[in-house]
Write a protein of this length. Sequence first.
Length: 277
Amino acid sequence: MHQGLTDVKSTGRGRIDNPGADFHHPDPGFQQAQRRGDRMKPESMFKRAIATAATVCLCVLISPLTLADNHGAEDPDAEKLKEYLSVANLVDSLKVYNRQQEVLLADQQAEIDTLERSIEDIASIRRQLSPLTERMILSLEAFIQLDIPFRTEERLAVVEELKYHLDRADLTPTDKFRRVMEAYAAEIEYATTKEAYAGTIEVDGQSRQVNILRWGRVLLAFQTPDRSLTGVWDNENREWKSLGNEYNDGVRDAMRMARGTMTEDIVLLPLSAPLSD
């Protein structure tokens, strides 16, 4: 028989007295226990084998994950480059924005300078406005006194009201000037209108109740209610003058047109014209 079988002794019941004499287990712990003469149960051997297999599988699974993590980690230099490019783009954008703001600020400064000059001009005009307003009131009063005498009392009352407003502290110089300009506008409008009204005048040293016709500022005539006397205002001599009967119908029709009771028509009126040299 072979040498390896000489050491095996049968007990007569099929048992082997020295099992594992030539068996070398890969687990060092198992070998150490065998050397100590420990006898391991089959259950323990099975559990140890399962644990060893689980350890090997775990190592196999962890290794690819570790490699994947290493490949997924970003390069520090690439991260710094990315951050640098982002900052560079931001700097370029800020430069463009600053140039736009500089242009805007320069334009705003020009507007401010213009407004400051305008304010200075307004202050200067305001200082001159009050004396100018007063001179305009006096000129208007003189003009009314030298103009043809229609509604003289009413127009001079407007002048007196302007003088009263001139001394009021609760009105600004602008308000006072605006009132004067309104009075001037009313005087200008008289030159483009016509009217007929009743009034009392002095003719040839006698006071008479008459109808007065104003045709713009070119004619101021009168006619008695019975149309027996017709006359005109002589502004050069500052007096009323009687006219001949040839103007009776013309003045009468002109009064009707001024009142709106007659359509516009050609009439004969006593208009004075400058003499040619």
